[in-house]
Design a protein around this ligand. Structure first.
Ligand SMILES: Cc1cc2nc3c(=O)[nH]c(=O)nc-3n(C[C@H](O)[C@H](O)[C@H](O)COP(=O)(O)OP(=O)(O)OC[C@H]3O[C@@H](n4cnc5c(N)ncnc54)[C@H](O)[C@@H]3O)c2cc1C
Length: 277
């Protein structure tokens, strides 16, 4: 961020951290439904001994077993990235947020939003202890300082793990707001936070608005305090573009204070894009 404010507030600089690429085969230890369509899966294994995740914005590449198989094929790290066994079909892979990591217990939680169809959703819907997943990364972390005067988090079900993790990590008294659109009221979760949190929920089953419409309407009106703020947003690609546009054009937010990502795209598989420009 080439930002004048950094002269007086160097603590607001966003930083990037690189991690050595590593692939791990992990066993499912627990499966815990959080809402009717949101499930927490706890993975375990000694390979987690040196796992690092420096930011709530991180992701791991999750490798899924072939349907009917117990274990996925997991690549190894080569000098130029992952090296796959040429004798086997490439495993299906999707991006997910490291929601909770406990090094001592060797536990990593990943939370899956279950939607209509897709290999990740199909696997998570049937997951049981004793099964296996592969993970790669995180390769790097985008670290947003906690010291901003306020934080706003925007998203859908796929953003809940990152937002819930960040809210748990923010220090007491941090000013934070969430604006989240989910399928219906049953998809809401409780946040565990010491931050001073204002949470707004919108629902896609609200027949008045098309998907994302209620979220955009709320974003037009949400109170944005004075001071230095940071806005993090993740969800469906077209909606996130509209969110970023609205924030920059209508709400006058400096784009260096927005991190908006497409976590999925309607009609396409495995999409990940950081929205810029
Ligand atoms: C950095 C990053 C972090 C992410 N973290 C998480 C996370 O912690 N938890 C989580 O649940 N997801 C997360 N996602 C989103 C997840 O990777 C995608 O939703 C992924 O496409 C799911 O794979 P799939 O095999 O179920 O569906 P795919 O095979 O990828 O897609 C099949 C169809 O389903 C549609 N689709 C995909 N996702 C959704 C959805 N959420 N709702 C409705 N339709 C959908 C697609 O448009 C496509 O038509 C993250 C994505 C990124 C990029």
């Amino acid at each position: 961020m080439n930002d004048d404010i950094l002269q007086t507030r160097p603590d607001l600089e966003v930083t990037r951290v690189r991690h050595a690429l590593k692939f791990r085969l992990l066993e499912v230890k627990r499966v815990q439904p959080l809402t009717p369509n949101f499930v927490s899966i706890t993975l375990t294994g000694d390979a987690l001994e040196d796992f690092e995740s420096a930011s709530f914005d991180d992701h791991v590449k999750v490798f899924f077993p072939e349907p009917g198989a117990l274990k996925p094929t997991v690549p190894v790290a080569g000098p130029d990235g992952p090296v796959f066994d040429p004798a086997k079909p490439r495993p299906v892979a999707r991006d997910f947020t490291p929601r909770r990591f406990d090094r001592d217990a060797r536990e990593l939680d990943i939370e899956f939003a279950l939607h209509e169809a897709g290999p990740a959703t199909a696997w998570a819907a049937q997951a049981a202890p004793g099964q296996f997943l592969g993970i790669g990364g995180p390769r790097g972390s985008f670290v947003i300082p906690a010291h901003f005067d306020w934080h706003l988090f925007i998203g859908d079900e796929t953003a809940l793990p990152a937002i819930a993790r960040r809210l748990e990590e923010l220090p007491a008294g941090t000013r934070a707001a969430t604006l989240i659109e989910v399928a219906d009221a049953s998809a809401r979760i409780e946040f565990d936070t010491r931050a001073d949190l204002y949470a707004e929920w919108r629902y896609r089953d609200d027949a008045v608005h098309p998907d994302g419409g209620a979220l955009l309407l709320a974003l037009r009106e949400i109170y944005l305090p004075d001071g230095e703020g940071y806005i993090w947003a993740a969800g469906e690609a077209t909606l996130m573009r509209a969110v970023r546009q609205l924030l920059c054009v209508e709400r006058g937010i400096d784009k260096r204070r927005i991190r908006a990502s497409a976590y999925w795209k309607r009609g396409a598989q495995a999409v990940h894009e950081t929205l810029e420009g």
